[in-house]
Design a protein around this ligand. Structure first.
Ligand code: MEV
Length: 341
């Protein structure tokens, strides 16, 4: 038996970090996906491979423990132990998804895997880039595991389970990324309503530039929390202002106000800097994008490394070329398709 599921990554336009404190956010699903294939195993273990990251992991199906991890290229050499790269942290999301207690109590999916499986991840999203790779891998793994066990979940339930996995691994996470990876589209997210699809009257020419430096979402959330505990009044004022920006941005998108949208992105960027999640490399990309004609540019996602997003009406090519001279960049194509399983 062989099953496959996939889920898209995302780019946040407004409200990252503030969304962890109950504020709204605006984000789009992108046409870069995580594709997870599960088939009956070649041995008694759960063998995970992520060729794009050169990573493998081995899980004991009975205990659910990750017993081995390292570089795929060194897996079968009998030289010294394979070094464990930073990106191997992604294995924890897969592990928690395969052994998700929400599934086991309700649907017995987690009743110990009765045989080994081979799980392969084909990853089109750069990791640690603020583009939702962990949410996409989590949603796709849950969906593939559910299919493998011939279980059906509503998208809402799947998104909830994926959010729980992110909470278990990171300690803290908003449901934004997992909502986008599940439902796809262009979303104005509030904690009360979940994701509400937005229909822009504007063209949305967006370019992402990503630094080689990965950002660790869990650590960055903690960093902001610490700053908030040191300066609660100031940081709460900033978070409330980001909320106002996000709400005004939603109206600008719906009403087609290009200039306002760009200005709001730049103001949001200033406040993300104030929250302590900016870096020299991100700033460099942000200013290069503006110099090449972007009317708005800011960090997208957790920051501390990762990516920026630039809004560049009539200047997409110029911004793309400029950012590619500094780091890697691509044009964002919004994906209306969420999880496929
Ligand atoms: C990460 O993509 C966005 C953050 O707001 C964290 C979260 O929403 O869980 C930084």
């Amino acid at each position: 038996m062989k099953v496959r599921a996939s889920a898209p990554g995302k780019a946040i336009l407004f409200g990252e970090h503030a969304v962890v404190y109950g504020k709204p956010a605006i984000a789009v699903a992108v046409d870069k996906r995580a594709i997870v294939t599960i088939q009956e195993g070649h041995d008694d273990n759960i063998n995970i491979k992520i060729p794009e990251l050169d990573i493998y992991g081995v899980i004991n199906p009975e205990t659910g423990l990750l017993t081995e991890k390292g570089l795929l290229s060194l897996q079968n050499t009998d030289s010294e132990l394979s070094p464990v790269p930073y990106e191997a942290g992604i294995l924890e999301y897969i592990q928690k998804a395969l052994f998700n207690s929400a599934i086991s109590t309700n649907d017995k999916l987690n009743s110990t895997w009765t045989h080994g499986i081979d799980l392969d991840v084909d990853l089109e999203i750069p990791i640690g880039a603020g583009l939702g790779s962990s949410a996409a891998i989590t949603v796709a793994t849950l969906a593939a595991a559910a299919r493998y066990h011939e279980k059906q979940f509503s998208p809402e339930k799947l998104a909830k389970m994926a959010h729980q996995v992110e909470l278990d691994v990171q300690g803290s996470a908003s449901p934004l990324d997992t909502t986008l990876s599940t439902h796809g589209g262009f979303i104005y997210f509030t904690h009360q309503n979940g994701g509400m699809m937005i229909k822009p009257t504007l063209e949305m020419p967006l370019v992402v530039g990503y630094t080689a430096e990965p950002g660790n979402t869990g650590l960055l959330i903690k960093k902001v929390r610490k700053l908030c505990s040191h300066h609660p009044d100031i940081i709460n004022t900033i978070l409330n202002t980001i909320e106002d920006i996000t709400n005004q941005a939603r109206d600008a998108i719906i009403n087609g106000d290009e200039e306002k949208l760009g200005e709001l992105m730049n103001i949001n960027q200033g406040l993300l800097d104030a929250l302590g999640v900016n870096t020299l490399e991100l700033s460099n990309l942000i200013y290069h994008a503006r110099q090449a004609g972007a009317i708005g540019s800011k960090i997208t996602g957790a920051g501390g490394g990762g990516s920026i997003i630039a809004y560049c009406p009539h200047k997409t090519q110029e911004v793309l070329e400029k950012l590619n001279t500094v780091e890697n960049a691509f044009k964002v194509n919004i994906s209306s398709e969420g999880v496929k399983w």
